[in-house]
Write a protein that binds this ligand. Structure first.
Ligand code: ADP
Ligand code: MG
Length: 721
């Protein structure tokens, strides 16, 4: 098939127009600009309901995909139902009536009598009263739930949905057995939704497929418009499966192509330098460490050194579970750059962590001729001026700091390598800011946030990934227990035992608000007093929270590190990175309020030593989800495993559109389920972009348009000449 050629029409709109425009052929982009009100039968009320569902344009309308399909051949006949089983039936509404004691004239539930040709059965539904005005006589509904004997047989409906009558769904002889189930709302009936989608598909005509036809042929995928039609009006199982596959492929391919384009654009605009050291610092540093590197650390260091030697700017993510020893790896890279005469910077998300890095790095380098400088927001004017001067003058060879590193007024002399620790705490944007300071430095981002492989391919798709998949030898799993509020004393008792053998403990305060609000601080102080005066009166108890002055925090951390403070009451300021190997127990109060990855991070504070560590999760989970989170933590030690659990509990919807990803939500693809397609699309997308980095070829222009649409204004520079 020959592709029509496109030309840009006018600079301002940049709209693609097909010469000799076929009226029955349109692009998704055009459809995004055509309001849904173009369709007949959409008044203000329906328009409002559609808007509520996120449907504004014709493009939204035709891509309002069913949330699932129900295979009617799996449906049970009413006459075959057995008490106690869970079943799905489809029947027509005969009548409805309220059930339960009415409150203010409304009953809390209703029963709908169904008939399917083999028998009658009532289905009871609690809540969802707004459905009643859609459940008029003769409407077809799909109900699933348990069959119960209660005043005769009934179905306790877990779900009830109005479906289009399959017999009228398809004018063709072979009526579809698959009924699409749409996300609908109060003002929008399923039947109307289907009608509108049908009209929209009809009105728009064939939509130009933004994916190159050659790619589709190779993967045996139908074109976009056909797939859309099939998903809305399925013909058979095979057709539906193919169509779904196509839509998932579409979504993931666009995302990967976007990432590939972003990466290509950066590579085209950047010139890097080769940084090669002679080992004069690195070798003595490694030799002086009290341990040998793990195999994984060694491998990752090799990967980093190779990147540094290359002229291409490095862009690498090092992923390693909590406690896997990422710091050493970063220091190795920094030293190699310093050997070559360059300057390195390491940015940490909190002052506590920046200080810790500064102290540990400068002490491990104390016998080497390397000048390490700290730069944080809390330094006084004189300290800051001195730090800035040595950074600008180049005397500072390694600069460690917080966000302060990327603020105005910070000039580097010859910034060659930037390490961003705990990258998940920063946004994507922060990687860019460094880039704008002079020549493109090599970038190394590190994260302990256990990101499943699927996610790292999407969130960090423009980065090379190294994984430290091995913990230092001798690490013991953290014995993790859930403790009810009433059994708190048991946790304290266990901690007492640890303290008696000279080890230390953390007690983490419950999280009141995300930011350390005053309430958090007050709660922390109360807990501190209770612990210091009543629970551990014979021990030194310290407190650390985000509202303390930097000098105070520094002092508390120093005393904790030295073992002077034996129990540290802290807010989440210690969540990431803090490394005190002698601490062997942690009590997390209000554990149910924390997210799973946060809990894993907190627990990671005590997996660093050689003593078998203990973690107590204090709290009363109130929801199934929070209970599953805590149970998962008791069961698993591995952060990657935990993040998969987390993903399956939280759902994937929440992951995108976040500041971290800079990616829009996925509508049809599910990363865990669709990993195979993700890998396939990633390979294809990166190959395509490698061959045509700016997507200039005529057959790639529609794709380019879609990517621009997908990634939005913040990556407008992508295809700039
Ligand atoms: P993270 O990956 O969480 O940042 P760190 O770099 O803070 O981990 O290292 C955790 C602890 O493990 C530190 O006390 C560090 O000194 C120690 N460590 C790092 N690498 C090794 C190793 N190969 N063998 C033994 N201990 C190690
Ligand atoms: Mg760390």
């Amino acid at each position: 098939m020959a592709w029509p050629t496109y030309k840009e029409e006018g600079k301002t709109s940049g709209r693609l127009v097909e010469p000799g425009l076929d009226l029955r052929r349109t692009t998704l982009n055009e459809l995004r600009r055509r309001p849904v009100t173009e369709l007949p039968g959409i008044g203000p009320r329906i328009e409002a309901s559609l808007k509520e569902l996120g449907i504004d344009s014709l493009a939204d309308m035709i891509s309002h995909y069913p949330s699932r399909h129900e295979d009617l051949s799996n449906v049970k006949k009413i006459s075959d139902l057995r008490v106690g089983e869970r079943a799905t039936v489809v029947g027509r509404v005969v009548s409805t009536r309220g059930v339960g004691r009415p409150v203010r004239g409304r009953t809390p539930g209703f029963a709908v009598q169904l008939y399917d040709g083999t028998g009658y059965i009532p289905a009871t539904v609690w809540g969802r009263g707004w459905l009643l005005n859609q459940l008029v006589e003769g409407v077809m509904v799909l109900v699933s739930g348990e069959v119960q004997r209660r005043y005769g047989i009934q179905i306790a409906a877990k779900s009830i949905e109005v479906v289009e009558d399959p017999a009228t769904m398809d004018e063709n002889a072979h009526a579809g057995r698959f009924v699409p189930i749409y996300p609908v709302n109060k003002g929008m009936q399923a039947r109307r939704m289907r009608t509108l989608i049908h009209r929209a598909l009809d009105a728009v005509g064939r939509v130009l497929d933004p994916l190159p036809s050659e790619l589709l042929v190779r993967h045996g995928l139908p074109n976009l418009y056909d797939a859309m039609c099939e998903v809305h009006f399925p013909t058979d199982r095979a057709g539906l499966r193919q169509a779904m596959r196509r839509l998932i492929f579409h979504e993931l391919f666009l995302m990967q192509a976007g990432l590939a384009a972003r990466k290509a654009a950066m590579e085209l605009t950047e010139t890097g330098r080769s940084h090669s050291g002679d080992g004069s610092l690195l070798n003595p540093y490694l030799k002086k460490l009290p341990f040998g590197l793990t195999g994984a650390q060694e491998r990752v260091v090799e990967e980093l050194l190779a990147d540094l030697r290359s002229e291409k700017p490095m862009r690498r993510l090092v992923q390693g579970d909590v406690g896997s020893g990422k710091t050493v790896v970063a220091v190795a890279a920094l030293l190699s750059v310093v050997e070559g005469g360059g300057q390195g910077a390491m940015m940490a998300p909190t002052e506590v962590l920046a200080e810790q890095h500064y102290l540990s790095v400068s002490s491990s380098l104390s016998e080497l001729p390397v000048n390490v400088v700290l730069l944080t927001g809390s330094q006084n004017a004189a300290e800051r001026r001195a730090a800035l001067e040595s950074v600008a003058g180049g005397e500072a060879q390694i600069v460690i700091g917080t966000h302060a590193l990327i603020q105005k007024g910070v000039e580097f002399n010859d910034l060659s390598l930037v390490v961003i620790d705990e990258q998940h705490r920063f946004g994507v944007g922060q990687r860019m800011i460094f880039k704008e300071k002079g020549a493109t430095p090599d970038t190394l981002v590190m994260t302990a946030t256990p990101i499943p492989r699927t996610l790292s391919l999407t969130l960090y798709g423009d980065l090379e990934v190294s994984i430290i998949d091995e913990l230092p030898p001798g690490r013991k799993p953290v014995e993790t227990r859930m403790v009810g509020l009433a059994e708190r004393e048991e946790a304290y008792e266990a901690v007492r035992v640890e303290l008696e053998t000279g080890r230390q403990a953390y007690v983490i305060c419950p999280l009141v608000e995300e930011s350390e609000a005053l309430e958090d601080v007050r709660a922390a102080e109360e807990l501190y007093e209770e612990l210091a005066e009543e629970i551990f009166p014979e021990r030194n108890v310290g407190i650390l929270h985000g509202r303390m002055k930097a000098a105070e925090k520094r002092e508390v951390m120093a005393r904790f590190r030295d073992g002077d403070i034996e129990v540290l009451v802290a807010t989440v300021v210690v969540e990431v990175g803090v490394d005190v190997p002698n601490a062997s127990a942690i009590i997390i109060e209000g554990a149910e309020r924390f997210g799973l990855s946060q809990l894993h991070q907190l627990r990671g504070r005590v997996c660093r030593g050689l003593h078998p560590p203990k973690c107590f999760l204090v709290g009363e989970p109130k929801t199934d989800d929070s209970r599953s989170r805590l149970e998962a933590l008791c069961e698993h030690q591995d952060g990657f495993k935990l993040s998969e659990v987390d993903l399956s509990i939280r759902g994937e919807g929440t992951l995108f559109g976040s500041r971290q990803s800079g990616m829009p939500d996925l509508k049809v693809a599910k990363l865990l389920r669709d990993i195979e397609i993700l890998v396939e699309t990633r390979k294809e997308a990166f190959e395509l972009v490698a061959a045509d980095p700016k997507l200039k070829r005529p057959e790639h222009r529609p794709l380019r348009r879609e990517i621009e649409e997908l990634l939005g204004a913040d990556v407008e520079w992508l295809f700039r000449e």
